[in-house]
Design a protein around this ligand. Sequence first.
Ligand SMILES: Cc1ncc(COP(=O)(O)O)c(C=O)c1O
Length: 354
Amino acid sequence: MAEPAAGAAPSGGPVDLRSDTVTRPTEAMRRAMAQAPVGDDVYGEDPTVNALEAEVAALFGHEAALFTPTGSMANQIALQLLVPPAGELLCDADAHIVTYEMAAAAAYGGISTRTWPAVGAALDVDQIAAMIRPDGYWAVPTRAIAVEQTHNRGGGGVIGLDALRSLRTAADAAGVALHCDGARIWHAHVADGVPLTEYGRLFDTLSVCLSKGLGAPVGSLVIGGADRIDKARYIRKRLGGGMRQVGILAAAGRYALRHHLDRLAADHARAARLAEALTPFGIADAARVRTNVVPLDLGKALLDALALGAAAAERGVLVSVLGPRTARLLTHLDVDDAGIDRAIDVLTTVLRGA
Ligand SMILES: Cc1ncc(COP(=O)(O)O)c(C=O)c1O
């Protein structure tokens, strides 16, 4: 049977633009998984996991990395590495860490979190620096700052290198650690051309996901110095994340890094095309779309997001509804140019009838 090319939409199904997590492994990825040498990873004996960890650490210029089942676990391990119980984490009000991780930092790490207002990727470094609380017994001391690259709820925005460098300077001046939730850092690297090692240099720890834009079915890594990653292994076990012959999943990640990283540019171009088609309706802003996320703001057009989502779904296009007037589209490996044509056709038809 002929193998579908990477980027081909599964034939006959809906065009699923809800998230880049919906991708299915390609035949070639499945073959890589089936052929992977494996061992017991809790004993450190899975050669495919060990290879993936070494490769990802090297990609970011760090000493070590640890494979985790999810990005949420990778984030939480990193936070526990950087912030002791009763210490404080600063992040933005829209960060995945405080929106979707079920208060894990507080529940498992005893970590107190304070947020700056949601501004997506438009960091105000002075504002963040002014929030840092010094060490002392009378107030919760800030121990780490986390940023998200690219910013998911911030419309896939990319934090510029200058802002990150200023943040690093501010963090160093205060003796505070920096974490990057880099679930989609691959997209920032492709969009801005910033080397992954440059991102690696700026952060004490990073979490990266293989199961979003890169198209692996499962898997994330936490990245950092060797001592930290030794401790990370312990924290992962405590969280129930010690896995056994998991090389079959690490193989999917290794395959994804080799074959699906450069093609993210195609996802970005498709997102731009979607945004351009929807901008005249006043619900998207093509000028703001940098990566694979197209945020839809239906407020000005007074459109109901649920109704738009339902009408599009009836016609075979799936949209993520985030609120009464907000929705979002994400491009990914399983949506090709024909899928984007179909999505534009359906969405513009629905919008004309609204
Ligand atoms: C920015 C960001 N960080 C972390 C995660 C967590 O990933 P997981 O769903 O694998 O826990 C996600 C998931 O979509 C995300 O968008």
